[in-house]
Design a protein around this ligand. Structure first.
Ligand SMILES: CCCCCCCC/C=C\CCCCCCCC(=O)N[C@@H](Cc1c[nH]c2ccccc12)C(=O)O
Ligand SMILES: [Zn+2]
Ligand SMILES: [Zn+2]
Length: 515
């Protein structure tokens, strides 16, 4: 037996080498032949007079919009007077829209706005552009480079809460419609503008009521575009070009309330475990046990498609990994898990957002509570997440209470077979001729969940450029938008509305045939 050992070893080594050689060959062939999902930009470029300049008048309107403190604090707790002033300002700032016989304006849920711009061809299904009037509260006000409700212009940037979330799109849509109507143009297709007033606290009294109202009218919408993912610069690992990230789906969410009730009492005679200690251990376990990485599970969901769409444009190592996800998805999953903004694409996330206990320094608290905010990956579900958490905590003394939840959204059509996605892509390329366009999903939530029954084509996209250093400005310190980006925003909506006059059909010519 020992005599044959060298032969067996040699066979094993040769078998191993052969397997490696076969794998390497497949990897090289797939890298070299991986299909391109990108199309060349359309001929039409932005030219005067097809262009809305960010002139003094428009910038001043945008600055004024930022100055309204339309803050949403908690569900049902907002700033009603400020919302009323803001909607009055909108009415006065866009005289053509508000005086046009083509436009119907409804105030919904006291403050939300729904505009209907009547198209000339009633046989075409309407489409909807959505945004919101409210903003999140300010933190660390003293550390802002310009006061957060000033709309101050500094070094080419307009500063203030709402500049990127989402008064840019609210004002951008209105500027585009005002521009079109004031030139005497009547769009062919009816257009809705839907602006909720409490998106930041989940749209319960705004978008939800708009959605119900339209559903009651029996309205079916061709497609909906809401705030969402941006044109990323340096956001997608391995891609140096700008990438327009069009979200075709949205994560679900689960807000869990965890409670522990134990005996309280005098701090001089503590028991071995307290409500605070038990709950701390439980949430610490949750933080230490991330939900499964979907890339590592050989995911075929939108996270994978997003990468495949830009694979051919990646630097060689990333291109090789992405063209061969059948082999390398665990490695890609590991790379994505390293940064919060990419980790959010890889898995269901767990954020510990509130922790409350205790009333006095020398009183053992009988109760401790915590809130966990999960954002659920499109390939998972609310039930799976609760089950996972229960197993991880594995302590019956920790009581679970679901505050709020939503399953991951349906995925909207994308790619060459979806005329609306292709129309969005074309419009994006008119504004960003050098950008790649890829489908992705939102890692946060939007008002669109209240519109699911109205349309099966729902997209979430912000037509401005963002770099990694801009991400903390979302809901954070020094929120700002460059004048150049605001100009792109207005022109994106303008071009989108103009493009919607063309028939929605699948066009196959030139590069598109190669898809
Ligand atoms: C590999 C690619 C990396 C790309 C990184 C992309 C980064 C994404 C950049 C920007 C993200 C934009 C996020 C916009 C979110 C706007 C919506 C928002 O703030 N929503 C809030 C409030 C909210 C709305 N509805 C609900 C429902 C339930 C809970 C909260 C909310 C939010 O999601 O918390
Ligand atoms: Zn927003
Ligand atoms: Zn927000």
């Amino acid at each position: 037996m020992w005599k044959s050992l060298p032969r067996v070893l040699s066979l094993v080594v040769r078998g191993f080498a052969l397997t490696l050689a076969v794998l390497a060959t497949i990897v090289v062939i797939r890298t070299a032949t991986f299909p391109s999902y990108q199309t060349s930009p359309p001929e039409c470029k932005l030219t005067d007079p097809d262009f809305i300049p960010a002139d003094q008048e428009r910038l001043s309107r945008f600055t004024s919009a930022i100055q309204f403190r339309t803050v949403s604090y908690e569900r049902g707790v907002g700033t009603p007077q400020e919302l009323a002033r803001f909607t009055q300002f909108i009415r006065e700032s866009f005289p053509t829209i508000h005086g046009s016989p083509l436009v119907r304006r409804d105030v919904v849920g006291n403050y939300s706005l729904l505009y209907r711009v009547d198209g000339s061809d009633a046989s075409l299904k309407p489409y909807m552009l959505a945004s919101h009037l409210d903003v999140v509260p300010i933190t660390q006000e003293a550390n802002w480079e310009a006061p957060p409700f000033s709309g101050q212009l500094k070094d080419g940037y307009i500063y203030g809460r709402g500049t990127i979330d989402a008064k840019h799109s609210l004002m951008g849509c209105l500027e585009a419609v005002e521009f079109i109507l004031s030139r005497g143009h009547r769009p062919k297709r009816t257009l809705y503008l839907a602006f909720g007033h409490d998106e930041e606290t989940s749209g319960h009294f705004g978008a939800k009521v708009i959605g119900e109202m339209l559903a009651q009218r029996g309205e079916k919408i061709e497609f909906i575009l809401d705030e969402g993912t941006p044109v990323g610069e340096g956001l997608v690992p391995g891609v140096s070009k700008q990438v327009a990230l069009v979200s075709v789906a949205e994560k679900g969410f689960l807000q869990l309330h965890l409670t522990v009730n134990e005996e309280g009492g005098h701090a001089s005679m503590p028991r071995s475990e307290s409500a605070i200690g038990i709950l701390s251990k439980a949430i610490s376990k949750l933080e230490d046990s991330p939900h499964p990485n979907m890339f590592k599970m050989f995911g075929t969901g939108p996270e994978t498609r997003m990468l495949e769409y830009v694979a051919t444009e990646m630097t060689l190592p990333y291109r090789m990994l992405t063209s061969n996800l059948w082999l390398f998805s665990p490695l890609v999953g590991w790379v994505y898990s390293k940064k919060p903004q990419t980790n959010a694409f890889a898995r269901t996330t767990t954020a510990l957002t509130r922790f409350n206990a205790g009333v006095k320094d020398n009183v053992i608290s009988p109760e401790a509570t915590a809130v966990i905010d999960h954002r659920i990956h499109p390939s998972s579900s609310v039930e799976e997440v609760i089950e996972f958490d229960r197993k991880v905590i594995n302590d019956p003394r920790v009581k679970f209470n679901v505050i709020n939840n939503m399953e991951p959204s349906p995925t909207s059509p994308y790619g060459k077979d979806s005329p609306t996605y292709m129309l969005l892509q074309k419009t994006i390329q008119q504004i960003y001729p050098d950008a790649l366009v890829t489908p992705t999903f939102m890692v946060a939530n939007t008002d669109t969940r209240h519109y699911w029954s109205l349309s099966s084509a729902i997209y979430r996209f912000n037509p401005y450029v963002m770099t990694p250093s801009d991400l903390p400005r979302f809901h954070g310190l020094n929120e700002r938008i460059s004048v150049q980006n605001y100009e792109r925003v207005m022109n994106f909506y303008y071009h989108l509305i103009v493009n919607m006059d063309e028939p929605l059909e699948i066009k196959r010519h030139g590069h598109e045939d190669e898809l």
